[in-house]
Design a protein around this ligand. Sequence first.
Ligand SMILES: C[S@@+](CC[C@H](N)C(=O)[O-])C[C@H]1O[C@@H](n2cnc3c(N)ncnc32)[C@H](O)[C@@H]1O
Ligand code: SF4
Length: 372
Amino acid sequence: MAGVYIHIPFCKKACHYCNFHFSTIKDHDEIINTIIQEIEINQKKISIKKISTIYFGGGTPSLVDTNSIKLILKSIQNKYDTSEKCEITLESNPDDISEKKLNSWKEIGINRLSVGIQSFNNSILKKLNRIHDNNQAKKSIKLIKKHFDNYSIDLMFGTPLSTIKSINEDLNIIKSFDPPHISIYNMTIEKKTMFEKQLKNNQLLLPNENEILEQYDLILKKLKSLDYENYEISNFSKKGLHSRHNSNYWNDKEYIGFGPSAHSYDKKYRYWNINKNKKYIDLINKNMMCFEKEKLTLKQKINEYIITRIRTNKGINNMEINKKYNVDFFEKKEPEIDMLLKRNLVSRKKQTLNLTDNGKKISDHITEKIMF
Ligand SMILES: C[S@@+](CC[C@H](N)C(=O)[O-])C[C@H]1O[C@@H](n2cnc3c(N)ncnc32)[C@H](O)[C@@H]1O
Ligand code: SF4
């Protein structure tokens, strides 16, 4: 079944590593009303009826008042058949979490929270320009745990001050909370961020490649020992508690995105909304297209399957790729696969190719080798 993504483009301040689309304006109403308008007019004419997941991402959805989230949710529920068991996730920041907000989210139907912690180390949080500190991070998780069974914690490794020691400490704190789901991303240097500027000016020191690999290795080992399933390179969950919304992306399911910068996919086309708030509002008001789209070629579809599936524990299934795209992946990529098998970077069981733990550490390099 399909999913709906809503991009809420507001933050209190800019984190030094982040280039997601957001603005720090305080008046949110105009954008919220335009998102609702976009849902109602359904410009992309993607003909999805039933949806099984809704995801409020950002930016910082926890920052806007709950009534705005409720209005958006209502317009989605009016437009689409949301199955009874619809997973409804809201991304949040620790400084927005309070008993009152948690209760109000539950009341309107949010049943999964994702909280951006990034690190429990105060020096790292400061360096990242996060708005919260270690105490607020812990307090927010305690509160979330009290109100939500299904929640996820976002962390990062490979940040300027990350060390094996800081990652180990983060994981010990994680162990004490025992969350059902964790996403841990390797911090990348993105365009137009403060970190990119600092790096160019030789003002930023990052851990070297070996240190980053050691940090990831520790994460894999420790979370495995705590009974987490590493169901996608950066995602770990207790049994049965994976993110259904993100799994839909990785399993080639359709999704519709609303709001500035949101992406959509209907198996034939990819769509991306304009990422400028004012222009987005103007276009919707004038009933003009607020998005661009691209028709996917067969090669793009095959590569998309390879890129997403090799990152998941489902792996690349030769029968499936053959059935979907009429291509014998194992035959076409035999020399590359043999070389990767010899280096213990991938494993092959019958019709399925998976990354080994060693392979997960250099997944980009492996993906490049096996793409068409
Ligand atoms: C864009 S934020 C939105 C949610 C919320 N505002 C927050 O800060 O967590 C979602 C996640 O993206 C990840 N992220 C953003 N920029 C990143 C980067 N440069 N490298 C790796 N992960 C990044 C962070 O882990 C963050 O938790
Ligand atoms: S990481 Fe989250 S809070 Fe920080 S700038 Fe990006 S979207 Fe905003």
